[in-house]
Ligand binder design. Structure first.
Ligand SMILES: Cc1cc2nc3c(=O)[nH]c(=O)nc-3n(C[C@H](O)[C@H](O)[C@H](O)COP(=O)(O)O)c2cc1C
Length: 278
């Protein structure tokens, strides 16, 4: 068969007929055409699937957050049913008060970090109000948003009680000063005495208490005995627990430590500054 016949017989676009079946130019052209068509197809598929991928990522993230919340004892208790609210775990660098990106909150082990000198600081006795010896550099906080506005800020807190370390969460109102709740999920205090920090009747006294007085002084406190019903202290104090004065002192100290300069103080200040508050 002649080359001319071969070319004439070639099916397809007229442009392909210009080259004989075995020519290199024809092979390159066909390869280019196939590649272009395939890339266009792939690009179309990718762009069509993009919204689904984003939706899946968002679902995956919500699921991970749900698992994280369910895995944090006491947190669901404080935050309550989320309804339309959105709960966002964030990792915070305590020294600077800034958010840390690129660290998965679910993988951050604050207790292990606090034991490791590479990821924690030693607290000299004068600064160690909570009696914890070392403080991890990073901490996971939980922010609850509703309609895009911060509704609740949940901070992990811990410190020495009477015979054990008390681990809990402090929930603050969006004003970053009014307590919305305090829960302890782990401790080894004496049942019936120090363990009364878990008693819902004692716990419910915290809601509405203010961390600071109008001059900015840190006043939050477990009273010795009954908290006053009126007067300046009433806004900051809850009842002491009978027979567990030392546990109460531990709670006061750990709260003041964690909202103070070596705890979440720089973070709270940064949030206030960003809102334009002094
Ligand atoms: C067996 C035993 C267990 C105790 N457990 C606690 C406790 O969990 N928390 C606490 O503050 N005090 C506890 N105490 C009491 C403290 O020794 C201390 O007397 C108490 O904190 C003083 O509180 P009060 O002034 O309210 O009596 C315990 C005492 C005993 C004998």
């Amino acid at each position: 068969m002649s080359v001319v016949d071969d070319v004439t017989d070639t099916p397809g676009w007229p442009v392909l007929r210009r080259w004989p079946r075995e020519s290199a130019a024809r092979a390159v052209l066909i390869t280019l055409l196939v590649c272009t068509i395939c890339s266009a197809l792939i690009a179309t598929v990718v762009s069509v699937l993009q919204p689904y991928r984003e939706q899946n990522r968002a679902l995956e993230r919500t699921q991970r957050i749900r698992e994280l919340v369910a895995g944090v004892p006491g947190l669901e208790d404080l935050v309550g049913p989320l309804g339309s609210a959105r709960l966002e775990p964030r990792v915070v660098d305590l020294a600077s008060g800034s958010y840390v990106e690129g660290v998965d909150p679910a993988l951050l082990d604050a207790r292990a970090a606090a034991r490791d000198p590479a990821s924690s600081i030693a607290l000299p006795p004068g600064r160690d109000l909570a009696g914890i010896g070392r403080r991890a550099n990073l901490a996971t906080v939980f922010e609850v948003f509703e309609n895009g506005e911060l509704r609740l800020l949940v901070l992990p807190v811990h410190g020495a009680g009477y015979v054990s370390t008390l681990y809990g969460y402090l929930a603050l109102d969006a004003d970053l000063d009014t307590v919305r709740g305090l829960s302890f999920h782990e401790h080894g205090e004496t049942p019936g005495l120090g363990s009364e920090i878990e008693n819902p009747r004692w716990r419910e006294q915290w809601s509405g208490k203010r961390l600071r007085d109008p001059s900015g002084e840190l006043r939050i406190e477990v009273a010795r005995g009954r908290a006053p019903a009126s007067g300046e202290d009433a806004a900051h104090q809850v009842d002491g627990i009978t027979g567990a004065t030392r546990t109460g002192i531990g709670v006061t100290r750990l709260l003041r430590f964690w909202v103070g300069p070596d705890g979440f103080g720089p973070f709270l200040e940064r949030l206030r500054r960003e809102r334009g508050e002094p």
